[in-house]
Ligand binder design. Structure first.
Ligand code: FE
Ligand code: FE
Length: 198
C-alpha cells in the first residue's frame, strides 16, 4: 500500500465501521486505530497498516447472531466446540472473514490481526501483537488493570500482552467459560520467553 492509497483505505474503513457500530463502539474503534498507530511507530511497524487493522478490529462486534451465522456459512467456516461456546470470539472470526471476502482487504497480516485480537495465538506477528495490546490500552479503556498494562506497553509489547492475556484468562476462569487454545499457546510462549530473558 502506498501512503496516498492507504489514507483512502483508512477513510473508507472509517465510514463502513461507523455505519455498523453504535457511537460508543465506533469511538472505541477510532481510539484503537489511534493507539495501534502510536504503538506501530514505537515498535517499528507500518503505522498506516496498524491504523487500518485497528479501525476494523471490532467491525462485527454488534452484528446480530444471524449475520454471524450467515458469514460462517457463506465462507465455510467451521467453529471448534470452544469457539461455539465463546460468543465473544465470534466477531473476530466473522469480522476478519468479512474484511477479507467482502471488503476485499487481502492483506493477510491485517486479516490475522483482526482474527486473533480477542483470543491471541502462538507465533503472533508484530501487527497482531500491536492490535491485541491497543485494544487493551486505547484511550476509552478504564478497567482495573488498565494503568499497569499501559505502563507495560511502554516497556515492551510482550510484557503488555502477557498482562492482557492474564486479564482475559482470569475473566474467563471467573465466569466458568472455556479458554481458547490460542490464548494458552500465546500465554505459554510469552512466559517461556520471559524465562529465557532471565
Ligand atoms: Fe473485539
Ligand atoms: Fe475492541
Amino acid at each position: 500500500m502506498g501512503k496516498g492509497n492507504s489514507d483512502n483505505v483508512f477513510i473508507a474503513c472509517i465510514k463502513i465501521v461507523k455505519s455498523r457500530l453504535s457511537n460508543e463502539r465506533f469511538k472505541h474503534s477510532l481510539n484503537v486505530a489511534n493507539e495501534a498507530k502510536r504503538l506501530a511507530k514505537r515498535y517499528g511497524m507500518d503505522p498506516q497498516k496498524a491504523e487500518i487493522a485497528g479501525i476494523l478490529h471490532d467491525i462485527f462486534k454488534e452484528a446480530p447472531r444471524e449475520e454471524h451465522l450467515q458469514i460462517l456459512n457463506r465462507f465455510g467456516i467451521i467453529l471448534t466446540d470452544i469457539e461455539k461456546k465463546s460468543f465473544k470470539l465470534w466477531h473476530a472470526i466473522t469480522g476478519s472473514a468479512y474484511v477479507k471476502h467482502v471488503l476485499h482487504i487481502k492483506d493477510i497480516d491485517i486479516y490475522n490481526a483482526i482474527r486473533y485480537h480477542t483470543s491471541a495465538r502462538g507465533g503472533m506477528s508484530l501487527l497482531e501483537k500491536i492490535v491485541f495490546v491497543a485494544d487493551f490500552t486505547s484511550k476509552d479503556r478504564n478497567y482495573g488493570d488498565v494503568d499497569r498494562i499501559r505502563e507495560d506497553a511502554t516497556i515492551s509489547l510482550e510484557k503488555a500482552m502477557r498482562s492482557g492475556l492474564k486479564y482475559t484468562i482470569r475473566e474467563l476462569l471467573s465466569k466458568n467459560l472455556p479458554i481458547d487454545p490460542g490464548s494458552i499457546a500465546a500465554y505459554n510462549e510469552l512466559v517461556l520467553k520471559k524465562f529465557r530473558e532471565i
